[in-house]
Design a protein. Structure first.
Length: 131
């Protein structure tokens, strides 16, 4: 498994916290379902894995950008278009939540089956899967 596929296991720093009252966003709405998350993997075709307090979500972004390690906040219970905020840059990003996984391995496997891993990781996964 390549270094880019090693998902970070730490759950620290993800306690529930509100968005500052000074922050205003055009599309993002803070609700009681919003939680903090961390981007732990960047796949292909704008797909990312975001780790939250309880689960892992595969999201596709529509405009904007995310980086591994970015701390984000949003309502991950909506499986259609929704907006998250990047807590570092204060930018909002439109996403589709495509899959909810209970472990990072489940999330990686879902991306692999849909051929959405980072290209280098996809080749390694396909070679490993042939064994």
């Amino acid at each position: 498994v390549s270094h880019t596929m090693q998902a970070k296991q730490s759950r620290g720093g993800q306690h529930k916290s509100e968005v500052s009252k000074d922050d205003t966003y055009k599309n993002y709405k803070e609700t009681d379902r919003c939680v903090n998350g961390t981007v732990i993997y960047e796949g292909d075709d704008e797909h990312y894995i975001i780790e939250t307090e309880l689960d892992y979500y595969i999201v596709r972004i529509w405009g904007g950008f995310l980086n591994v390690g970015d701390r984000v906040r949003g309502d991950f219970t909506t499986f259609y278009h929704t907006y998250i905020i990047n807590r570092y840059t204060k930018d909002e990003t439109r996403i589709d939540i495509e899959y909810k996984a209970f472990t990072p391995d489940m999330a990686i496997h879902w991306l692999a089956r849909h051929r959405l891993l980072h290209p280098f990781d996809q080749v390694n996964y396909d070679e490993w899967d042939e064994w």
